[in-house]
Write a protein that binds this ligand. Sequence first.
Ligand code: G6P
Length: 483
Amino acid sequence: MSIRRTKIVATLGPASSSPERIAALIDAGMNVARLNFSHGSADEHRERARQVRAIAADKGCHVALLGDLQGPKIRIARFANGPIQLEVGDRFRLSTSHPLDAGNQEVVGIDYPELVNDCQAGDELLLDDGRVVMRVDSVGSDEVSCTVTVAGPLSNHKGINRRGGGLSAAALTDKDRADIILAAELQMEYVAVSFPRDAADMDLARSLLADAQSQAWLVAKIERAEAVADDEALDGLIHASDGVMVARGDLGVEIGDAELVAIQKHIISRARKQNKLVITATQMMESMISSPLPTRAEVSDVANAALDYTDAVMLSAESAAGQFPVEAVQAMARICLGAEKHPTSQRSGHRLYQSFERCDETIALAAMYAGNHFPGVTAIISLTDSGFTPLIMSRIRSHLPIFALSPNPQTLGRVALFRGVQAMAFNPADIPAEQLYQQAIGTLLKHGHVKPDDWVILTKGDSYNASGGTNSLKLLQVGEQLV
Ligand code: G6P
């Protein structure tokens, strides 16, 4: 049976917190468990993280933890008497001085004083992900007066976006800073930053992680219109991150759904070109919150992301709060496997006409070229310290599984997100040099990933357990006496 290459990120929540459910999600194919810091207490996250670690260890597999920071989502405050209904043409005000618990049919408070500076007459404000839309008529010193253009209900704490972006709250709140420390405590492999504006926001998150002694890799959620305004802005964010998430919820609201699909494809391709990871997220299996089967449109959405070579597809409410979390993971797994059979998923033009910059990059890409062109090869083995070598390998389209062999538990978890990469615990320092190749191949043989006479490509460096040193590539035939 072929190994699925596209990875699955599943958000844990009330529908997926029992040990049985987490075990079932792992069996169904969850590679990364997302803990959403927008919901739940620190202790709930601690408990979920502990369970994922324990159950994955029990099953002998590697599941990464991704902590998703809440970020500065701008929200309206509360209504005095429950939700209101707004009709087209209604006048409505957002006020920075109105009491936060006393919203009514005409006005609601908002805990974001900058609103009056960020808005101008003529702007379009989208509330509750665009379910209610209002046009700004005028801006005063402490309130924005609007006319409703799309009618709908409005309830407490709904989010607010401006069409075209431009609500400028700083990316890291005090809560995010506390959650970074929690992510470090839980040794999470990934931390996702919400609403970053530019590289400086990512740099700040990186230094906070370093202060907390976390090795987590950083994911920038691309969800502001400014982030995709031009390639310079997008590349700046990608460059400052280890990976990006196409966060289609807010992004779609800010740039409009007509732009979203092409931008998604562009983000995936630009991230991969810069040797970064990419996760495609939001509403991929939305109907499975209450239905055991996806719609054809959802099937197509997941398959297209896989065909575009996203590293991972992601479930949010489907796995956190839906009625069919396990079925949603199973459906994603099946759809990705199907898409991966298509020849475009297996041919690469990556870096075809470019120079390489580093020795390890050169070896990694040479390994993929050799593997893709020498038909006897059935697996690539990369001895890795940080995951960097298999990351570079996995930027190349291929049908070949890449096995990342490492003694470092953080690395084994980290590579669980890389497209086409399988983690295996292996410590070259424990093995006499003359048995290294034999034992590395033995690890694959033991799990049935290769058979006698197959060819395998192995990459390594001269020293053990040091990142950045990959400098050799060896073609080995399974079953030979290997030295
Ligand atoms: C392991 C191997 C080394 C190799 C290194 C590459 O430590 O034992 O021989 O050079 O991985 O690590 P990297 O983090 O760059 O993939």
